[in-house]
Design a binder for this molecule. Structure first.
Ligand code: GLC
Length: 746
């Protein structure tokens, strides 16, 4: 076939000769689109998974490679490795216009080195660390031929029955928005075009975490005010961080599936927020609108999705099979196709894929990013900083169990998770090789740090989720022979994550029975709880003296846990989500409304908003976490009792480390708007600072508040300030009680 020099290359040459340093991706995309046939345009909107079935049901498919060669596949997901991506890219470059593909993957919390699950990382309240985690993940993934991650998941979640709560930043909009920015900055680094930068993807747009009943993929029904106030801000934060892509969600929102929801995708995202990237559907979600009962067939589904702003079709094939006919039938205007194609091509230009389609296929880089020791060291650091100390009560001798001595003579390690390896990765660690020898088990981590003179007695005790108690006797004997017992209990790693909703959040199987039997031996017990969500463990909370929540901490889990157990690191994690006492309290979250009949206290049941059989409060509140030391927060002062437009309020508070260990604390600032044109939450997080204080040290912290910080969505969905009285709280959890008052004047 006579090879013409495509107009695109001529354009590029001209631009370059004209001395313009950096070609304009928009112009380049426009020039290319002018050359493309309708088939080629539709090809760019089509994304296939590899046949490595890891994140969804693979549709039985014809010859993908031929379609790639014909320019009918704009992107692939679930392909990793320099060799595999190069091979597929070479096929794409045989297409008439030599348009490269983008390779995407769920790089959710690490790639070849796995970090704590995102909910666990958020418990560090350390935005720099969270950004670095994403940065390292991007560096590793881009060395393996990946230039697009389907992360960060920024869905606010107030319902721990929902398995994907593990994947986000918890219940709070303010914290979730800051974490969204940190993760986008981490993945995209110094900007697309850098070979270690990958496109981030804000997902799942939108309100996916509000699934009714906490049941994954279920409907979402809420006021537009609530949607804008609570669920959309983290997505807006991602746009402000220049996120390259969005992924829509499986759920319907007030009866309209997100995939065809013009309000969120066109009016808000591409309209109000002026988002210039592109939107990929979630896996098959376009075709799923037939099951939703929103589209009568794939032709109808494709029409509704593309017209509503869904640019790329992940794995449903609705676009591939219907868009040409839709255009020919006048149901979809070619301008809509061109707009979607342009958004995708611009990103390919920005990634530098037209300059060099194989720039992410560098074997030397891939080798360097395999088992990278610095990345492993970071995994240990962020792992230990994600651990939350829930309890560390003094024993009868007045001493707390934690931190343990490395010279403890005999330590019993009991529980089904001590020798687990891959489980420590939790859900969404699909890029990790099956080489579990690289993962530090909790058993190994403790063994690494115990003194040579100490001995470990191990007993599994029970399985995670069955009724077999035959291991109890061995475990009880192990406990009796030890000076201290450490138990590692919790969920299986695949009990949280996608399609992993649970109605029962208690410890699975017979684990709590085992715990009670070990407790009866009278030996002091430290409990490690591993899960991708808040669990319910009231008996343990009330009876076990020391409890650490260890989430799923990743490749260095064992070492990170041991660092905390033995005091090499003083835990400072804070819960990013409320822990309920029972499933009956769900949804439970700290920033609730007061109602007209608030309960005065936990015992008030007299015609007030309360349960007759339980307190209203969570078992552990949002923002809660202890330390081996003690912190006193005092002397709260405001620069004024008024905050007016264009001004700021300076808030100072003293914090003292009055305990026996150096340690970090997360000092949190909350406000309450006492009267509004709509009811307002009893508390809203508006600031936090994490700091290290040596024992005996005191510091003064300063926060500033502006009227912008106090805006909210009124009933007309306007983002506004309203003058009025505020309360301000500072403390180390959402139970903060140190209070001051100020008036907002406009
Ligand atoms: C899954 C998930 C989504 C993921 C995508 C690709 O179904 O919902 O979060 O990015 O498919 O694996």
């Amino acid at each position: 076939m006579k090879k013409t020099i495509p107009l695109l290359i001529l354009t590029f040459i001209c631009l370059s000769i004209s001395g313009q340093k950096k070609a304009n991706p928009e112009l380049q995309a426009d020039a290319l689109i002018r050359q493309m046939t309708l088939d080629e345009k539709i090809g760019q909107l089509n994304q296939y998974s590899s046949d490595w079935e890891s994140t969804g049901k693979i549709t039985a498919e014809g010859d993908k490679e031929t379609q790639i060669r014909q320019g009918k596949v704009g992107s692939m997901l679930n392909v990793t490795g320099v060799d595999k991506t190069r091979k597929l890219q070479e096929l794409a470059m045989q297409s008439r216009l030599h348009i490269p593909m983008i390779f995407g993957l769920d790089v959710i919390h690490g790639f070849r080195t796995t970090f704590p699950i995102p909910l666990g990382e958020t418990a560090s309240w350390d935005l720099a660390l969270i950004e670095k985690s994403a940065r390292i993940a991007a560096t590793e993934a881009s060395a393996y031929g990946v230039q697009w991650t389907f992360a960060p998941m920024v869905d606010i979640a107030r319902d721990p029955r929902w398995g994907r709560v593990m994947e986000g930043a918890g219940e709070d909009t303010y914290l979730g928005s800051l974490v969204a920015k940190a993760r986008v900055h981490g993945f995209q680094g110094n900007g697309l075009g850098n070979v270690d930068a990958i496109m981030a993807c804000a997902k799942h747009f939108a309100a996916y975490g509000a699934a009714i009943g906490g049941r994954d993929y279920n409907s979402v029904d809420m006021s537009l005010r609530q949607l804008n106030e609570t669920y959309l801000p983290p997505f807006k934060a991602a746009v402000e961080a220049n996120v390259a892509t969005f992924m829509n969600s499986f759920n319907d929102i007030n009866g309209i599936p997100a995939t065809a929801n013009k309000y969120i995708q066109r009016d808000i995202l591409k309209g109000q927020w002026n988002f210039k990237g592109f939107v990929v559907s979630d896996w098959g979600s376009i075709g799923e609108m037939i099951a939703h009962g929103y589209a009568k067939d794939s032709y109808d589904a494709a029409m509704k999705a593309i017209n509503a702003g869904s640019d790329m079709d992940m794995e449903s094939r609705c676009y591939r099979n219907n868009l040409k006919q839709l255009v020919q039938d006048g149901k979809v205007d070619i301008s809509v196709i061109d707009e979607a194609v342009k958004r995708i091509l611009v990103k390919k230009f920005e990634l530098g894929l037209f300059d060099d389609p194989y720039r992410f296929c560098n074997a030397a880089r891939e080798k360097k990013q395999t088992n990278n020791p610095e990345n492993r060291a970071f995994a240990r650091e962020i792992g230990k900083k994600s651990i939350v100390l829930l309890k560390n009560e003094p024993l009868s001798n007045g001493k707390t169990l934690l931190p343990l001595s490395k010279q403890t003579k005999t330590v019993a390690l009991i529980g089904p998770l001590f020798k687990a390896t891959k489980a420590n990765h939790g859900f969404w660690s699909i890029a990790f090789p099956d080489d579990s020898t690289r993962i530090i088990s909790q058993y190994q981590g403790i063994k690494n740090q115990l003194d040579k003179s100490s001995s470990i007695v191990y007993a599994k005790g029970c399985n995670i989720n069955d009724n077999d108690k035959t291991g109890f006797a061995e475990a009880i004997n192990a406990a009796k022979s030890a000076d201290v017992v450490i138990m590692s209990l919790g969920e299986a790693a695949d009990m949280s994550g996608e399609a992993k909703s649970k109605s029962n959040l208690q410890l699975p199987g017979v684990q709590e029975e085992l715990l009670k039997e070990i407790y009866k031996t009278g030996k002091p017990v430290v409990l490690l709880l591993n899960a991708g969500r808040p669990l319910i463990f009231n008996w343990a909370s009330d009876n076990i003296p020391s409890i650490l929540y260890t989430w799923w901490l990743g490749t260095e889990a064992g070492n990170a846990i041991a660092d905390v157990l033995f005091g090499d690191y003083n835990p400072a994690g804070k819960l990013p989500i409320s822990f309920p006492r029972t499933e009956g309290q769900i949804p439970i979250y700290y920033n609730h409304f007061n109602t007209g009949r608030p309960a005065k206290d936990e015992n008030d049941k007299n015609y007030v908003s309360a349960y007759i059989d339980l307190q209203n409060s969570p078992k552990y509140p949002f923002g809660y976490g202890l330390s081996y030391t003690k912190f006193d927060i005092s002397n709260l002062k405001l620069s004024s009792d008024k905050l007016s437009s264009g001004n700021k309020l300076t808030v100072t508070v003293d914090i003292a480390n009055t305990g026996n260990y150096d340690g970090e604390e997360v000092v949190q600032l909350y406000v309450r708007d006492l009267v509004g044109s709509v009811v307002r939450p009893v508390k809203e997080l508006k600031g936090f600072q994490k700091l290290m204080l040596k024992k005996g040290e005191t510091k003064q912290l300063t926060f500033t508040l502006t009227p912008e910080d106090l805006k909210f969505f009124n009933n007309e969905i306007q983002y506004i300030n309203e003058a009025g009285d505020y309360e301000l709280f500072v403390g180390n959890s959402s139970d903060a009680s140190l209070k001051a008052n100020f008036k907002l004047t406009l």
